[in-house]
Design a protein around this ligand. Structure first.
Ligand code: HEC
Length: 159
């Protein structure tokens, strides 16, 4: 499943040839089957980024971990179901309307520098990353292979 996107990119639409040819001796010509087989094998090495981009910039385990941390630090105001209480809802149309299309980094930075309002900036990365992952997962963003962290936070929150 994961490799579907990689294959599309690797298969050169215009020439109808496997791009692997471009890196091989010119006399080698791969058939479609050969290309797919080769890419299935080498794909993860070549197209790591597109594969990861297919899922969210966080792992399922991170979101699960974030659930507990969210309950400890955020649920008192945003409620355990994220529907909002003292603080606004962190899921649903209004929330998505505000954050979708923005970099994950914006949400991560907001959480870290503004929340909780009575002690902003107190939660370290190992709390903020899982909590942000949990909030994304509760907004329908699917988990991927790469844990959320500074280097993946440029990914966009899907619309
Ligand atoms: C003491 C109550 C309280 C706690 C605890 C708290 N928040 Fe908030 N949160 C608020 C309030 C109030 C706002 C609205 C702030 C504003 O509009 O300026 C808010 C706003 C937000 C927003 C922006 C929502 C939007 O509509 O854009 C996010 C995201 C958020 N909080 C995340 C968190 C996270 C993550 C935690 C835990 C680390 C947390 N909050 C803990 C009260 C709280």
């Amino acid at each position: 499943m994961h490799y579907g996107r990689g294959r599309e990119q690797v298969w050169d639409q215009r020439s109808g040839r496997c791009f692997v040819n471009k890196f091989s001796a010119p006399q080698i010509r791969l058939t479609t089957t050969g290309c797919v087989a080769m890419v299935s094998f080498l794909g993860p090495l070549f197209v790591g980024q597109p594969i990861h981009a297919a899922g969210g910039p966080f792992t399922a385990q991170q979101a699960e971990d974030g659930h507990t941390k969210y309950n400890s630090h955020c649920a008192q105001c945003h409620r355990p179901n994220l529907q909002g209480g003292t603080g606004p809802a962190l899921t649903g149309d209004a929330f998505k309307g505000k954050w979708a299309g923005k970099p994950v980094a914006d949400l991560r930075t907001y959480n870290q520098t503004k929340m909780p309002p009575n002690a902003p900036g107190t939660l370290p990365d190992d709390q903020i990353d899982p909590i942000t992952a949990y909030i994304l997962s509760k907004n329908g963003v699917p988990p991927g292979d790469t844990p959320l962290g500074e280097d993946t936070a440029s990914a966009q929150i899907p619309k």
